[in-house]
Design a protein around this ligand. Structure first.
Ligand code: ADP
Length: 328
């Protein structure tokens, strides 16, 4: 039986990711197309608690498909983790007669959404929005493709100067627990080595790899370091390598928060549109406590329970193997 949903709200929560705006646009317009009253919640769960809930129409989301960040703002909200905070949020939703919620964020956001649904019976659908690509149930998350493209553009520029001066660069990219950005960026930039949180790499092996490159007349070397690598970040690794390997002038670049910003790539805009469209259609069909994701280029549902219980941290073994072969 179809649920009687009249009012839906959308929020973005946790870390921001390029594509969130394109997704808000898709959610709002799909709702309006189906005759639903649409609302936006400002600053994630904090906005629910503070009653920062605004009506949205098709024009509220004009000209945002190409913008990074999120027009609804995002926040980390400790109060929502308490029962009192959740109850306050629910009172505000009820006051607006809101029946269902679309949340765009990472696993923290989904944990909050699941608890909220269980405590108050609010219907929720989650959309995976994180540059780390570390959520189970979707091959890709919003913002991941754009973040890789941002890293590639930066590393290409660094390669020019590294080459001109015969330098060895250690470039740190985001990914505390997930090496997804580092691995793909490494392949796409032709880096000499990549250090990932999932894989211990001995400094001796890394030096061996760099020595082979130097012996075969490589004029520069680039090592991509995931911020979550167990032996430390780019500065730590550079220090360890420099002690034993000084063929090159060594430099370090931390790419930092620029990886979160920027106009979403075509892939992220289309993914965001598909997931936003699917999220509202699923709510209208009666789904709840589900995440909409992409698997094998098809929209796929994963229960929030399952999405939160598992992690897709397994990096593709063929890509790992390839980085070694193609960097000789
Ligand atoms: P992400 O969604 O990117 O993983 P966070 O881990 O910061 O980001 O989570 C976003 C927000 O989700 C938190 O600030 C909090 O408001 C909410 N949240 C996280 N864990 C819980 C929880 N156990 N119970 C209720 N809300 C939670």
């Amino acid at each position: 039986m179809k649920p009687n949903i009249k009012n839906i709200a959308v929020l973005t929560s946790g870390g921001d990711a390029p594509g969130m705006n394109a997704c808000i646009r898709a959610v709002v317009r799909t709702g309006i197309y189906n005759g639903i009253n649409m609302f936006g919640v400002l600053q994630g769960y904090q906005g629910l608690i503070n009653n920062n809930i605004i009506p949205m129409n098709a024009r509220s989301v004009s000209n945002i498909i190409h913008l990074g960040g999120t027009i609804l703002k995002t926040a980390r909200c400790l109060e929502f983790k308490t029962d009192e905070g959740m109850d306050l949020a629910y009172e505000n939703l009820k006051a607006h007669d809101i029946d269902a919620l679309v949340v765009i964020g990472g696993d923290g956001t989904f944990t909050g959404a699941r608890r909220f649904a269980e405590r108050h019976g609010v219907k929720v659908i989650g959309i995976p929005g994180t540059i780390d690509n570390d959520l189970y149930g979707s091959d890709f998350t919003l913002g991941y493709d754009t973040a890789i493209n941002t890293v590639i553009a930066a590393v290409d520029k660094i390669r020019d100067t590294a080459d001109a001066h015969d330098r060895l660069f250690f470039i740190e990219v985001m990914g505390r627990d997930s090496g997804c950005i580092a691995l793909r960026a490494s392949i796409a930039t032709g880096s000499e080595a990549v250090l990932l949180p999932e894989q211990p790499t001995s400094i001796e092996d890394l030096i061996k790899q760099l020595e082979t490159g130097a012996a075969t007349k490589k004029s520069s070397s680039i090592v991509i370091v995931s911020e979550g690598h167990k032996q430390g970040g780019a500065y730590d690794i550079a220090k360890l390598v420099k002690e034993k390997f000084n063929h090159y002038d060594t430099k370090v670049t931390i790419l930092g928060h620029l990886q979160r910003g920027g106009s979403p790539s075509s892939f992220d805009r289309i993914l965001a549109s598909r997931l936003g469209f699917a999220a509202v259609n699923e709510l209208l069909k009666g789904s709840t406590k589900q995440m909409v994701g992409l698997r094998g280029n098809e929209i796929a549902l994963t229960s929030l329970d399952e999405a939160l219980a598992a992690h897709n941290f397994k990096l593709e073994s063929d890509l790992l193997e390839m980085t070694k072969v193609l960097s000789i």
